[in-house]
Design a protein. Structure first.
Length: 393
């Protein structure tokens, strides 16, 4: 390819040309949010835009995903770049003119931004393709929020022939124009558990004739907090949260059972194994103490998302050459990402794209979330430059 400064100017030029259109696409997707594996309209918009750019694509990958392919003019490796498409079951409260037109659904995590950003990457790389080495596979993924879309796309062959991968996510705690990265584990493993505590029902006036599952479950909830504070080392991140408890129907009857729903997050396989064992042991201990019979269902989720040093280092250097000294210190997140399934198969890196608007203190999964749309073209520049340089290495 041409001189390094010429590459940067070409990328920036295409991003400027496409920015208004990318924002319009983002607003269209935002106004019509679709939940996991429902993203048929969104996929149609993406396929239409890829066709406009002259990028070959196929739909229905992983049920509702879209895969685009850009072939470089010279032989080389294949890099995949992934964006997620699905919305959340949240009622929007932004008051924007392009707010959700579907009651109870909203792009509150910025996946509309992600989809538009990857379309921007497609526009840049399609223009540069004759001089580019290797090829780029664009993965527009469904169902990230339910952690099922990546597995579905992988099962449909989306990673066949791929040598490395880039992911990205908007981060409102980073001001727009800034970027972040974490070496090693960047997002957590996410496992779920469901405990049904079975007792013996009876009248509230005669609790001694019952086995009270609510009291037992209350002790268990308290005991679960010791998994992090007394089972796992203080320098090893782990979170155990009970998010729901269901039991009983009236004030004067002790019920037969009590159900707990919870999640466990961790950044390392060792912590994940030890915390799971501790939770199972505490359930058994509760049964011994209170004469209950507990039924624990452990639902293994996605593993931690691990950044590969080689892909990270090459990407960060490329972004700096494109945009300057734009990186802010970042810490691992206990949130989960099913991009981890991609990163478990090929060397990968997740870029954090600053989306914080001036004067706002936003956070993801918020009914009033309003990312700064300038992050779309900036993210497209960063990812395109990273892809070009990784393929040229």
């Amino acid at each position: 390819m041409g001189h390094i400064n010429d590459i940067g100017a070409a990328i920036a030029g295409v991003a400027r040309e496409e920015e208004a259109g990318l924002i319009a696409v983002r607003r269209d997707i935002h106004a019509h949010p679709e939940l996991a594996f429902e993203e048929l309209r969104t996929a149609g918009v993406i396929a239409r835009e890829l066709a406009r750019l002259g990028v070959a694509c196929r739909t229905g990958v992983g049920r509702t995903g879209v895969v685009g392919v850009i072939e470089g003019g010279r032989p080389g490796k294949m890099i995949a770049i992934r964006a997620d498409m699905d919305a959340l079951p949240i009622a929007e409260r932004t008051g924007l003119e392009f707010a959700s037109q579907t009651q109870g659904k909203m792009h509150a995590c910025g996946h509309d931004v992600h989809s538009s950003t990857l379309l921007g990457v497609a526009a840049i790389l399609q223009r540069m393709a004759p001089e580019m080495a290797g090829s780029v596979r664009l993965l527009f993924q469904p169902a990230e929020e339910t952690l099922g879309g990546a597995a579905a796309m992988i099962a449909d062959g989306a990673l066949e022939g791929v040598d490395m991968a880039l992911g990205f996510h908007n981060h409102p705690e980073i001001p727009v124009g800034g970027f972040g990265y974490v070496r090693g584990a960047t997002y957590a493993a996410a496992d779920r558990f469901r405990v049904i505590v079975k007792g013996v029902s009876g009248h509230a006036a005669y609790p001694h004739t019952t086995v009270d599952p609510i009291v037992a479950a209350s002790y268990l909830i308290g005991a679960l907090q010791t998994v992090v504070s007394r089972e796992i080392g203080p320098l090893e991140p782990c979170v155990v949260t009970v998010g729901a408890i269901h039991a009983g129907t009236v004030h004067n009857i002790i019920p037969d059972s009590c159900e707990l729903l919870g999640t466990m997050r961790s950044l390392s396989p060792g912590v994940r194994t030890r915390a799971e064992a501790a939770i199972k042991r505490l359930c058994a201990g509760m049964d011994a103490m209170f004469r209950t019979v507990s039924d624990l269902a452990w639902i293994e989720g996605v593993p931690p998302t691990l950044n590969a040093d080689a892909v990270l280092d090459g990407s960060v250097a490329a972004v700096r050459r494109q945009l300057g000294d734009v990186f802010a210190p970042s810490e691992p997140s206990m949130g989960a990402e099913d991009f981890s399934l991609i990163a478990a198969r090929v060397p990968s890196f997740v870029l954090r794209v600053g989306s914080g608007a001036p004067g706002r203190a936003d956070h993801l999964h918020n009914s009033d979330y309003q990312p700064d749309e300038a992050c779309i073209a900036l993210g497209a520049q960063a990812l395109a430059r990273a892809a070009v340089e990784l393929l040229a290495a």
